[in-house]
Design a protein around this ligand. Structure first.
Ligand SMILES: C[S@@+](CC[C@H](N)C(=O)[O-])C[C@H]1O[C@@H](n2cnc3c(N)ncnc32)[C@H](O)[C@@H]1O
Ligand code: SF4
Length: 368
């Protein structure tokens, strides 16, 4: 069966350095070290030069780790490294920042180098939980720094918010959402806390909040954000109209993207690959740890697992064009429609809103 390959139009770049390590984080990151950063940027430059084929890009996302912990010289070097990337005029260019290292000069440097979207890890506005998470900013500095971002010209700003913190109450979350709304920014990504092994909060024996409370918190977030003009467009993501994350939509649309940097993942020409998380290997030019060429069934499986994360679901016509096959030919789709877990309208097939909170139970049905 014929399958149309989409062009590579997105690039993710991982910067695995942080000023401090948060108590809950098991991402690929290290405490900042200037010598490593220098070598890392050299290796990143080679990786990009060896693999990037010159496509015109719709999105670039520099994430981490904490890309904003790089100093002026390191940031300048990073922007030199990525000069080879061809951006289209409308390219969405996101840069992840932590509140504590947002400064006017860094923001200006980002802006001058074409960054037009900031993603800022705030997590909570509550001092008690900021300390629990080992985050280094204060509630007071948040509004002031967002103001600086806007003054410099950033119109598209995301913040990350974590909820479901041990002992957190609905009232405390409600107050966090109120504080977020006051910032009047375009996007919010919400995360229910996962207590990952090998993190401080796990070792300290913290326990997740009860599932019913987690569900109440999710409903509170969805309801309040909707009432305040935010469109719930993906299970955990909300935006003002027109400010959906184009980059993350690349993932959810099961489209191709390059992943460059330590621990980054990519999806190119039907191959999913994961880069090494071993910094020594990465610095010596051994970039990819494993890769796997997907067969048609696996590609379609991903189409559902990723695509149904979007609230509006999967576009039937796009599916047909991509796979030369009617979406209703997929047995599980019909089964889930009969069970009322999936709904369809003229254009799309999507998860019934009543099941969004338990969407994982639906998505696993697509795994062979
Ligand atoms: C890996 S971080 C990178 C961004 C940036 N360094 C920061 O911390 O703000 C991306 C986001 O994932 C979320 N996250 C990380 N670990 C998590 C966990 N254990 N449970 C829930 N969300 C988590 C946080 O909201 C964080 O902002
Ligand atoms: S959550 Fe972000 S800042 Fe904290 S350790 Fe992880 S990557 Fe670094």
């Amino acid at each position: 069966m014929k399958m149309v390959n989409s062009q590579n139009k997105s690039v993710y770049i991982h910067i695995p350095f942080c000023d401090t390590i948060c108590s809950y984080c098991d991402f690929c990151k290290f405490l900042k070290n200037d010598e490593w950063i220098d070598k890392y940027l050299d290796s990143l430059e080679k990786e990009i030069k060896n693999n990037y084929k010159g496509e015109i890009l719709d999105t670039i996302y520099i994430g981490g780790g904490t890309p904003s912990c790089l100093n002026k010289e390191q940031l300048t070097k990073l922007f030199n490294v990525i000069k080879v990337l061809n951006k289209n005029k409308e390219c969405e260019f996101t840069f992840e920042c932590n509140m504590e290292n947002i400064t006017e000069y860094k923001l200006k440097l980002l802006y001058e180098n074409g960054v037009n979207r900031l993603s800022i890890g705030i997590q909570t506005f509550n001092e008690k939980y900021l300390s629990f998470l080992n985050r280094k900013h204060t509630k007071e500095e948040i509004a002031n720094k967002i103001k600086i971002c806007k003054e410099i010209g950033f119109k598209n700003i995301n913040i990350d918010l974590i909820y479901g913190l041990p002992n957190q109450t609905l009232e405390e979350l409600n107050s966090d959402i109120d504080e977020f709304l006051k910032l009047d920014i375009t996007h919010i990504s919400t995360y229910s806390l996962i207590i990952e092994p090998n993190t401080k909060i796990y070792i300290d024996n913290n326990k997740n909040i009860d599932e019913d409370l987690d569900y109440e918190m999710y409903k509170l977030i969805c309801g309040k954000l909707k009432d305040n003009g935010y469109n719930h467009y993906e299970i955990s993501n909300f935006s003002k109209k027109g400010y959906e994350s184009k980059h993350n939509l690349t993932y959810w649309n099961n489209d191709n993207y390059y992943g460059f940097g330590l621990g980054a993942s990519g999806y190119i020409d039907n191959v999913r690959y994961d880069n090494t998380k071993n910094i020594n290997k990465y610095l010596s030019g051994e970039y990819v740890k494993e890769s796997h060429k997907l067969n048609l069934n696996e590609t379609i499986e991903n189409e559902f697992i990723l695509g149904l994360r979007k609230i509006k679901g999967i576009d039937k016509e796009t599916f047909k064009k991509k796979y030369n096959k009617d979406i209703k030919e997929i047995e599980v789709v019909n089964k889930l429609i009969k069970e009322n877990k999936l709904l369809e309208d003229e254009k799309n097939i999507y998860i019934n809103k009543d099941y969004i909170y338990v969407s994982n139970d639906i998505l696993v049905e697509f795994i062979d």
